[in-house]
Design a protein around this ligand. Structure first.
Ligand code: GLT
Ligand code: MN
Ligand code: MN
Length: 387
């Protein structure tokens, strides 16, 4: 298995990721913005499969129809030349000050309507570029203060907007799969739908939940002090992993969007293992950016690093699955009992009666060690390359 990325590895990057100029709340940009066509060429040369974009990553806010036409034609030309696809599109509903108190969830009906208008136009763009997946990250959907009494209303407004846009997609024949991206906070003090679990719960209240899934991001669950592999597992279990944002993050910090695997290697390993073992076939999308210290060379080092680390961890995941000792420990850990499993699987009065009559050797269960120390140490040794 080669460590050189191939399009078949399905690595994708947001235009805003490698294009991040290094601005932060305290400092000006440290790098020049990159032209989308140039980004496409560079990423293709590195072996990526595709790109994702916000409407305004490509077409600046307020561009005339003529400008839009020229920009999109040039961009399509770069896609054709390189063979790269647009794998996901989304709307920038956070930069313009009009969205300072929310977009779909704003208490102001005019702002909500404008957010719908902007999103429909962005969906037209995404469909024109062939994106199969449409992401909703509610960057401004949240609050610092609850005194306005908008908290319950906000969820109703959010639901209305998503139902509306789903119908729009269908009426236009776009066939988008929608993915909600949860985040606990930043830029708002508290964001609505802060976790994968809340997004999944919310999806079940939509008119056509089958068109909606989630786009979990490594950094977002980590910011909340939660386990990203666990969030991912819940999305997989629900059949709702429509897209994934890979990056890294130190817990308890601002949204760092670090290079994949830069910080929490074990978390990255179990992320890759889950994605690969689950048969997830969507893009491996990096939503991260180079450190603010870097120049353009550092940006491409960052992009290569994300992909290479993923491939190394994919190799390690395969090695883990083929490691006899590790697999024996896992088999011993997952204790089987045919009779009890048969009785516990589905309810019947008879099964219930038999279970109630079963005597358990609780002393044996209490005193048995499951061998996790050994298993985890072997995992660490495998990751450190000594196995
Ligand atoms: C922004 C955010 C990301 C979202 C992007 C999609 S934009 O960079 O931090 O997590 O995925 O809107
Ligand atoms: Mn993201
Ligand atoms: Mn992020």
């Amino acid at each position: 298995m080669t460590l050189t990325p191939q399009p078949s590895d399905k690595f994708t990057f947001g235009l805003w990721t490698v294009g991040n100029p290094g601005r932060d709340p305290f400092g000006e940009p440290t790098r020049k913005a990159l032209e989308p066509t140039y980004t496409v060429e560079k990423l293709a040369a590195l072996g990526a499969y595709g790109v994702s974009l916000h409407d305004n990553d490509l077409v600046p806010l307020g561009a005339s129809l003529g400008e839009r036409g020229r920009i999109v034609a040039d961009f399509k030309g770069a896609l054709d030349n390189t063979g790269l696809s647009v794998t996901m599109a989304t709307t920038n509903l956070f930069t313009d000050p009009v969205f300072k108190d929310g977009a779909f969830t704003s208490a102001d009906a005019r702002v909500r309507a404008f957010a719908l208008q902007k999103t429909m136009q962005a969906m037209d763009l995404g469909a024109e570029l062939g994106a199969p997946t449409y992401v909703f990250w509610g960057g401004r959907e949240g609050a610092e203060v609850d005194a306005g009494g908008n908290t319950v209303d906000a969820l109703a407004h959010f639901r209305e907007a998503l139902n509306f846009l789903c119908e729009y997609s269908q009426s236009q024949g776009y066939g988008f799969r929608f993915a909600l991206e949860p985040k606990p906070n930043e830029p708002r003090g508290d964001l609505y739908l802060p976790t994968v679990g809340s997004a999944l719960g919310f999806i079940s209240t939509l008119e056509k939940p089958e068109h909606f899934g989630v786009n979990p991001e490594f950094a977002h669950d980590t910011m909340a002090g939660l386990s990203f592999p666990h969030a991912l597992a819940q999305a997989i279990d629900a059949g709702k992993l429509f897209h994934v944002d890979l990056n890294d993050q130190k817990p308890g910090r601002f949204d760092q969007d670090l290079r994949f695997g830069a910080e929490n290697l074990k978390g990255a390993f179990f992320t890759v293992k889950l994605l690969e073992d689950s048969g997830y076939s969507g893009p491996r999308h990096f939503d991260a950016h180079a450190l603010r210290t870097e120049d353009e060379a550092g940006v491409w080092d960052f992009a290569e690093g994300c992909m290479k680390t993923y491939l190394i961890l994919k190799k390690k995941a395969r090695q883990f699955n083929e490691d006899r000792e590790i697999q024996e420990l896992i088999a011993a850990y997952k204790v089987r009992d045919e009779r009890l499993e048969g009785l516990s699987k589905t309810f019947s009065r008879e099964n219930a009666e038999q279970l109630k009559d079963t005597r358990f050797d609780l002393e044996a269960l209490r005193s048995r060690g499951p061998g996790l120390e050994r298993l985890d140490q072997l995992t660490v040794e495998l990751l450190m390359g000594v196995r």
